[in-house]
Design a protein around this ligand. Sequence first.
Ligand code: ATP
Ligand code: MG
Length: 564
Amino acid sequence: MANGAKDNGDKPDVETGRDFIRDIVRADLEAGRHKNVVTRFPPEPNGYLHIGHAKSICLNFGIAQEFGGHCHLRFDDTNPTKEEQEYIDAIERDVRWLGFDWGPHLYYASDYFERLYEWAEHLIKAGKAYIDDQSPEEMRAARGTLTAPGTNSPFRDRSVGENLDLFRRMRAGEFPNGARVLRARIDMTSGNINLRDPVLYRILHASHPRTGTQWCIYPSYDFAHGQSDAIEGITHSICTLEFEDHRPLYDWFIENLPVPSRPRQYEFARLNLTYTVLSKRVLTGLVRGGHVSGWDDPRMPTIAGLRRRGVPAEAIRDFVRRIGVAKANSIVDANMFDFSVREVLNRTAERRMAVLRPLRVVIENYPEGQFEELEAANHPDDVNAGTRKIRFGRELFVERDDFMENPPKKFFRLSPGNEVRLRYAYFVTCRDVVKNAAGDIVELRCTYDPATRGGNAPDGRKVKATMHWVSAVDAITAEVRLYNPLFRRPDPDASQFQDDLNPDSLEVLPDAKLEPALRGAEPERPVQFERQGYFVRDRDSTPERPVFNRTVGLRDSYAKAGND
Ligand code: ATP
Ligand code: MG
């Protein structure tokens, strides 16, 4: 509907999936302003993608899908000092993994360097650009402030001929880095600082991942971006709000250059998440400073980190859909992200039993050397997921937290004299506690009731707790890594992020016991460890010693603790 934009205001609507940008696109198509919608996702390959980029990716690729257009992946590779092939490869991998396909539309801003250069000469010839010899400090001082106008450069009135000559010599490599720049000649008194003669080209004697040493001048982001959009026939150039003040400049270039199409820029609110920093500068600092193990450390908000932590791509897409697209900046509660992860995993992850902090249990009335096979469901709501066999025997492991020697009133799990159900197995009662010389509990002596096989008593008696367990004879010992937020404050200070780091963001449990079916666990296929959360095999696993990451805990694991 053409008036959709009005109806919907700028509030996203989770139910219909509508938002102000989709309303604009729909209205443009219906009014015939465009036959086909073309969007782009334009990362700079100077770091890995994060969950904020995922919002932009889902928006740009999502709109193209929904309206039958296409979305380009364009590397904004205009600053060779910060960009690397590793990042290009990682970005492609991550966009694909998120479920999007750019088809043949893979581009690089560097593909357009020659055309951008010609357009720079075009501006010079029209008297709309000049070479400035001021030092960076002088330029900064002359730019003015938000309240004071800037002042004209003494080089602003150079002749076209002199400007052209100097620009060509810049390109030819005659001058060192920083000696001079090419600036647009717009208005040093403009209320919009972006229009105060912005820099179009700077000298940079640096090798570029794609163009090598072919160039020693590079276009600025502002000069490259809109023109790349125009070359590619982008209809809706969607970016985050911090570019709102750049839009007049974006439009100025489009108006003053012989570009083949006239794209328009629209801005939406970037994603901010509590306890998280979404700034490539900070994420790079975390990696370089050794605060994390790498870009794909499972604590990182990067796509690669989330994937390694076990987060499914579907959960990221679901989260982005739920938060919607709005025009005003806000901070999203990180719990909303966890909610989406649980939603997907609760449906898709198979159930297994694992004991994270083991306590040995000996069933005194179960014969030594004897075992029996019990049947366990792989998914409580999905019979098609099937069942597996687990072995019950005399020696087992239970969770240390599931036992208390002197329990408070509402503690219903194991304690001396108390009876509980072991999941899929029997009722057991704790008879005795074995301690070492230091007084630590090292073993529980229990008995089981053979009449309760399968977990129900024929006499109808009830127990108040069902516990997970693993049989000792075939348990796999594993390392389990629990992750907590990387920052201890909901709004970490990006300028001093080291101060806000959470020292307890990683907790390693070296001696977890897993049921044998987990030997076959695949990377990127999380399972639910019953009563614990969702876990996924990490690539640090060896055949002897698997490593599992906790993707996310169960919804109410905290609320419930000590309470059942
Ligand atoms: P920088 O430009 O400082 O290197 P950046 O995060 O903006 O960092 P880009 O590679 O320029 O990185 O981003 C690519 C696209 O992703 C841009 O269109 C940008 O607007 C968008 N984007 C970046 N961060 C977010 C975010 N937190 N939420 C939504 N979109 C984002
Ligand atoms: Mg950017």
